[in-house]
Unconditional design. Structure first.
Length: 85
């Protein structure tokens, strides 16, 4: 029954129903508003996708190099620098 999806006569019936519901005078305005809404939706979706793609790279932790840790034995054996005096 619906093996082929929408056939041309299905689309014709849908077009007739739309014309009857909205009237021929309102169709251009409706189509324009629908197109504008689709453009806005597309641009917002692209902005969100770009934002999500760049967010993890910006918030990734930077690797920290280990610093030398001195033990108390090492600090006890160090001598202060000699002062000229």
């Amino acid at each position: 029954m619906l093996r082929n999806g929408l056939e041309p006569w299905h689309l014709l019936i849908v077009a007739i129903v739309v014309i009857v519901l909205f009237g021929s005078k309102k169709l251009p305005d409706t189509a324009r508003a629908l197109g504008k809404s689709m453009r806005i939706l597309k641009s917002e979706a692209k902005a969100m996708k770009d934002e999500n793609a760049s967010a993890p790279a910006a918030s990734a932790p930077t690797p920290v190099e280990p610093t030398a840790v001195r033990t108390s034995a090492e600090t006890a054996t160090e001598r202060p620098p000699a002062t000229a005096g």
